[in-house]
Design a protein around this ligand. Structure first.
Ligand SMILES: Nc1ncnc2c1ncn2[C@@H]1O[C@H](COP(=O)(O)OP(=O)(O)OP(=O)(O)O)[C@@H](O)[C@H]1O
Length: 264
C-alpha cells in the first residue's frame, strides 16, 4: 500500500484551485522532494496531506485512509519562522509539545514519560545538551532540529516538512540535511519535503515532484531534473549541472516569505 496516493487531486481555496489534477504515488520509506516556484501550491499540497486543509476533490489517501483518518500517523514540521518565538519555552518543552498535541489537549505539566521521549528525540537530532535552553535563543539550524525532534516524538510513519532548509546559512543547511538523512536511514520514515533548494537534499530524494499548480513532472531525480523541465518553470537561465556524478539544480529561485505567523 502506498504511503501517499493522489489521483486527479484538485485543491481549492473558496472554490479557486491552487493545485490542479495531480496524480502520484509515494511508497513507504521513500523521500519525496517537492519543488516549484513561489505560489506553486507546495504548502497547499502538504497541508492537505496533513488534513490541515480539507477543500479538495479527487482521491487522496495516506496509508490507504483519507488524510483526516490518518492523523496519528503523520508528523508535520512547519516553517520555523512561522512559530511564535515570544513564548519563552525551552527546547525540551517545544519537543514535548509534539506528544501533548497528539493526546488532543495541552497539559501545563509535562508527564515524566514524555520528558524522557523528548530527551531521546533531542539526542537523535544531536541537541541533548540544549534541552534547557530557550527555543528563541537557539540558532536557526538548532531550532529546525528541535522542530524535527518535536515531530519525531510521536513516532510518525509519514513526516511532512515545509521548507526545512529555508532561511538557514549554508553550514546549518548541511547540518539539518544530515539529520533528515539520519531520519530516513535509521527510522525509515516516509518524508515529503518542500524546498526551493533541492541540492542539499538530492542524496536522500527518491522521488522529485515539480509542481506549478499542475504536476509538471514526477519521478526519480535523474528523470525529473532535466534542463528542459527546469527551464519550463524557472525560465531560460535555469539549468541542471552534473558534477562528479551528482546533479546540481540552478533555478535562481529565492524563497519569498509569504506565509503568516502563528502560535507554536
Ligand atoms: N489560506 C489561503 N487562502 C486563499 N488562497 C491561498 C491560501 N493559502 C495559499 N493560497 C494561494 O494558493 C496558491 C498556492 O500557495 P502555496 O502557499 O501553497 O504555494 P507554495 O508553492 O507553497 O509557495 P511558496 O514557495 O511561496 O511558499 C497561491 O496562489 C496562494 O495565494
Amino acid at each position: 500500500m502506498p504511503a501517499v496516493k493522489a489521483e486527479n487531486l484538485t485543491i481549492t481555496y473558496n472554490g479557486k484551485p491552487a493545485v490542479e489534477g495531480v496524480t502520484f504515488e509515494l511508497e513507504e520509506g521513500e523521500t519525496l522532494l517537492l519543488l516549484g516556484p513561489n505560489g506553486a501550491g507546495k504548502t497547499t499540497l502538504l497541508k492537505t496531506i496533513a488534513c490541515f486543509h480539507r477543500e479538495y476533490s479527487g482521491e487522496l489517501k495516506v496509508f490507504g485512509r483519507p488524510p483526516c483518518n490518518a492523523r496519528e500517523l503523520i508528523g508535520y514540521v512547519p516553517q520555523s519562522h512561522s512559530l511564535n518565538d515570544r513564548v519563552p519555552l525551552t527546547a525540551l518543552e517545544v519537543v514535548a509539545m509534539g506528544g501533548l498535541y497528539r493526546r488532543g489537549f495541552v497539559h501545563f505539566k509535562i508527564p515524566p514519560e514524555l520528558i524522557e521521549k523528548a530527551a531521546k528525540a533531542l539526542d537523535f537530532v544531536g541537541l541533548l545538551d540544549f534541552g534547557d535552553r530557550l527555543f528563541r535563543e537557539l540558532s536557526g539550524g538548532q531550532r529546525q532540529r528541535v522542530l524535527l525532534a518535536r515531530a519525531l516524538v510521536s513516532n510518525p510513519r509519514l513526516l511532512l516538512l515545509d521548507e526545512p532548509l529555508s532561511a538557514l546559512d549554508p553550514s546549518a543547511r548541511v547540518e539539518v540535511a544530515g539529520v533528515l538523512e539520519r531520519i530516513k536511514r535509521r527510522k525509515g520514515i516516509t518524508m515529503v519535503i518542500t524546498t526551493h533548494d533541492v541540492n542539499p537534499l538530492l542524496e536522500i530524494g527518491d522521488r522529485v515532484m515539480l509542481l506549478s499548480k499542475r504536476l509538471i513532472a514526477f519521478g526519480k531525480p535523474e528523470e525529473v531534473l532535466k534542463d528542459s523541465t527546469i527551464k519550463s518553470i524557472y525560465g531560460p537561465l535555469a539549468r541542471v549541472v552534473p558534477v562528479e556524478n551528482k546533479l546540481f539544480c540552478i533555478t535562481g529561485d529565492a524563497h519569498l516569505h509569504r506565509h503568516g505567523g502563528g502560535a507554536p
